[in-house]
Structure formats: C-alpha cells, structure tokens
Write a protein that binds this ligand. Structure first.
Ligand code: FES
Length: 108
C-alpha cells in the first residue's frame, strides 16, 4: 500500500458496529462510520453539506445518517442526501488493513 495514497485514520476497534467517529487529518475533518449487514466502513466529510452539522454525532439507521442539526439524511453508500436530491455528501474511498481504517484523501 503506497503511503502517499492511503492515509491511516483510526483502529477499527475504536469504531464499533453502528457507531461513528470524528477524525481530523490536518485541516480535514472526517467522519468514519461502521455500518453493518454487511459489515463495512464508510469515510465522509464530517461537515453536513446543508449548514455544517457534525455528522459523526448523527443518528445512524441501516445505511443512512441523519444530521443532528436539521435532520437531513444521507445514504452513506453513495453520499446522496435523501432530503434534497441536489445535495451529495463527499465520500472517500476507504479500506481496512492490519486493523486500521485507511482512506484515499487525494485532492481533498
Ligand atoms: S446542518 Fe445538517 S441538516 Fe442542517
């Protein structure tokens, strides 16, 4: 895994099933979500595209997160906002290796 391409974020054990974690990498604020059925991790911008709500503190249901500020909901598998079809949440490619979540933050 080339170090310049993948950024190590957090140990997978720090983000249990159905939970989310806030992660900062430099100035970049990210949310790591651990979804289930099937088990997978999703990495997005933490800031809600509506008005900057803290998505890592949102409510997770199945594959969606609802923003804690005004309750807009996002499909975490594709970033699509289910409240306004013109809004998309920025997602980052991620992978799990050696018990850590990594993300490709190129151009972020
Ligand atoms: S800031 Fe997220 S719904 Fe308004």
């Amino acid at each position: 895994m080339p170090e310049e391409t993948w950024t190590k974020l957090i140990p997978t054990k720090d983000c249990g099933p159905g939970c989310a974690r806030f992660v900062t990498i430099g100035d970049l604020e990210l949310a790591v979500f651990h979804l289930t059925d099937p088990d997978r991790f999703i990495v997005t911008r933490n800031s809600c595209p509506h008005a900057g709500g803290n998505l890592s503190a949102g409510t997770i249901e199945a594959n969606t997160v609802s923003c804690p500020w005004h309750y807009w909901s996002f499909d975490l598998d594709n970033g699509q906002c289910t409240t306004s079809e013109r809004v998309t949440l920025c997602r980052y490619e991620c992978r799990i290796e050696d018990g850590y979540v990594y993300a490709r933050l190129d151009g972020a």
